[in-house]
Design a protein around this ligand. Structure first.
Ligand SMILES: [Zn+2]
Ligand SMILES: [Zn+2]
Length: 346
């Protein structure tokens, strides 16, 4: 038994180092990580060494989308046993502040989130983690699906923020992993029209697999015209921006119907952007935002377990821990074809 962790130091470096196998505290479990998904944020840290004011300093472990098998339990842990397969929710909040007390723990100022400097990530064989943030996977949900619960929660939260419900018409801008998870979430919540927009036709093929009823290739057709035709000229009840480009952020107000809702998920390179406030006010739009997710791991796991959502089609690339550097280089270099790269650790 040994514990290898994948460390980066400088941008575009990654090396494996053996570290001690951690011992769980009384309320913790030791988990042997089986799968770790590579998120857009991991790729940013790997490529640039920073996201905004969060900068990688010294040796740093990436990865926050993980699932594995419980290999040891602390003495006070009751609900988990050795051999249980679990998905780890990657954010430990303080539990004491106003946001935590209101259940909005994703907004906790003291949250410690995997792979957000200075908090180390989870791309390593063994980890210890508070048992109450490890969610047991039912028999027929694999740890590979378990590692995809994290991005699915972002999609579910976006749809909840937007108020997606039976019969909703939804436009999703961006067909990356989060856009696709949002499409799957919208379908599971009963949306009747789910239109996904992206520049790349290849990515739109995945959108159709994940629940889109129509797709629009923005490189080939005018997004606003096409969507107006698809929705009979009215705009969508809910427009969800996941691409994080300035152009798509600006498209949200024109694409929404009067009285509709815009949900901003994607982070743009610039944080201050021009926006069509006139159109938003003229339509009395509700504008909502998404920061990660909250209270959704059990919901996401039961949606996957019950067959309401299939998360596996987003996985386009699979690597081993030994090939972790190749995994990140591929995610950086071939962004068009990598929807979700995942690393298998065992
Ligand atoms: Zn993620
Ligand atoms: Zn808190």
């Amino acid at each position: 038994m040994k514990n290898l962790a994948a460390y980066m130091r400088e941008p575009e470096t990654l090396y494996l180092k053996e570290v001690p196998i951690p011992v769980p505290g009384t309320e913790e479990v030791q988990v042997r990580i089986e799968y770790c998904g590579i998120c857009g944020s991991d790729v940013h840290y790997y490529k640039d060494g920073r996201i905004g004011s969060y900068a990688v300093e010294g040796d740093f472990i990436l990865g926050h989308e993980v699932a594995g098998i419980v290999t040891e339990t602390g003495s006070a842990v009751r609900h988990l046993n050795v051999g249980d397969r679990v998905a780890l929710e990657p954010g430990l909040s303080c539990g004491e502040c106003d946001n935590c007390k209101r259940g909005k723990y994703n907004l906790c100022k003291d949250i410690r989130f995997f792979a957000t400097p200075p908090v180390q990530g989870a791309l390593q064989n063994y980890i210890v983690y508070p048992a109450n943030m490890c969610f047991r996977l039912p028999e027929h949900v694999s740890t590979k699906e378990g590692a995809l619960i994290e991005p699915l929660c972002v999609g579910l939260h976006a749809c909840r923020q937007g108020g997606v419900t039976l019969g909703s018409t939804v436009v999703i801008l961006g067909s990356g992993c989060i856009g696709l998870m949002t499409a799957a979430a919208a379908k599971s919540m009963g949306a009747s029209e789910i239109i996904v927009v992206d520049l790349f036709e290849k990515r739109l093929e995945y959108a159709l697999k994940m629940g889109a009823t129509n797709v629009v290739c923005a490189a080939k057709e005018d997004t606003e015209d096409r969507i107006a035709r698809l929705l009979g000229g009215t705009g969508a009840d809910i427009v969800i921006e996941t691409a994080g480009s300035e152009k798509t952020v600006l498209q949200t107000a024109p694409l929404a119907k009067s009285g509709g809702t815009v949900v901003l998920v994607g982070l743009s390179a610039r944080s201050v952007l021009p926006y069509n406030i006139g159109a938003a006010i003229g339509k009395e739009l509700t504008i909502k935002t998404v920061f990660r997710y909250r209270n959704l791991y059990p919901v996401a796991i039961s949606a996957v377990a019950g067959g309401k959502i299939d998360v596996l089609p987003v996985v386009t690339h699979e690597f081993t821990l030994e090939d972790a550097k190749e995994a990140f280089d591929t995610a950086v270099g071939d962004a068009e074809s990598v929807v979700k790269a995942i690393i298998k650790l065992f």
